[in-house]
Design a binder for this molecule. Sequence first.
Ligand SMILES: NC(=O)c1ccc[n+]([C@@H]2O[C@H](COP(=O)([O-])OP(=O)(O)OC[C@H]3O[C@@H](n4cnc5c(N)ncnc54)[C@H](O)[C@@H]3O)[C@@H](O)[C@H]2O)c1
Length: 319
Amino acid sequence: MRVALVGLGEIGLAAHLPALLRRPDVDVVQLVDPDPGRREIAAGQGIPARAELDPHAVDGVVLATPPWVTPELAVRSARAGLFVLAEKPIATSVEAARIYDQLDDEQRRRIQVGLTYRHDPAVRQLRTWIAAGTLGTPVLVRAHIYDEAHRPEDHEHTERITATLEHGTPVVHEGAHLFDWLSHLLGGQPQRVQDAWSSTTRPELPAPNLIGARLTYPNGHQALVEFGWFTTALPRCELTFLGDRGLATLDGFTFDLRLSTADGDRELRFPGDRTTRCFDLQVQRFVELYDSTRKAGEPSLDDGIAALRTAQLVAGRAT
Ligand SMILES: NC(=O)c1ccc[n+]([C@@H]2O[C@H](COP(=O)([O-])OP(=O)(O)OC[C@H]3O[C@@H](n4cnc5c(N)ncnc54)[C@H](O)[C@@H]3O)[C@@H](O)[C@H]2O)c1
């Protein structure tokens, strides 16, 4: 599969490119970014770098671009007949995601959304425990998603996070992942956002940097979710799933799992680090979409839009 990597920023060069290069059946033939500085950083790879994608020379594209740029690139690439792995969130709002309505079913089918951590074996294990009633039903989820500590001396990071906040609160950016996991784990989309809150910890920030909500899911499951960015120190990033019979704890960074039931405690650690594990599985699924082993992108464009819709509901309710 001939692939172009579009967007040579942080996640493009640190995670997508190494995962693509690890696959013997993928040939990375173009590196694309309009920023000459980013192309220069990528130059050592020996792969032609361009300011614009040449869609005729590739079978698929990986779009590691900001979410306010991704929708138009994804639509253009899908309409050119390419397979598309598009980073999350697939747009910054449900309105902006309407551009995907231009695609027909075949073009939509060829889009996989970069909800990378859905692929982790820890998520599969949690889903099995919840479905089998290992924890009891219903389950109370407490999700504390905290990342991107404020380091004023790191100008590049400060600029990137400020620019991202200009396009929405952390729930839009991190919620893409979390709401995808929760609907996958709890048997469907949330039925209601019960309430929500937000807080802006420094007046110069363009959007609230702390935000949270209480949601109800099918089967009586409930979720208390919190997202936080850009404070000097951050609480632990962790998810807990508590039912009458047990407690499962997922470390938000490593995805190490702990299960506590009447039978005792169990720790589960999966091989390798989470990023490598999940980006490798993600590329594998992308290749399987290309070679027709898979009939549609997983996660699909509809999954990406559903997660965005929940994030937007929370953001609207909170602010
Ligand atoms: N799946 C994950 O785990 C994960 C992790 C981090 C970031 N992300 C997502 O990946 C995306 C990129 O994040 P990042 O942190 O790498 O951002 P970044 O700002 O470091 O990189 C984005 C790159 O895209 C380039 N770009 C902008 N417009 C472009 C265009 N029209 N064509 C080609 N390239 C263009 C920029 O020049 C920049 O180099 C975001 O949507 C983010 O939410 C996903």
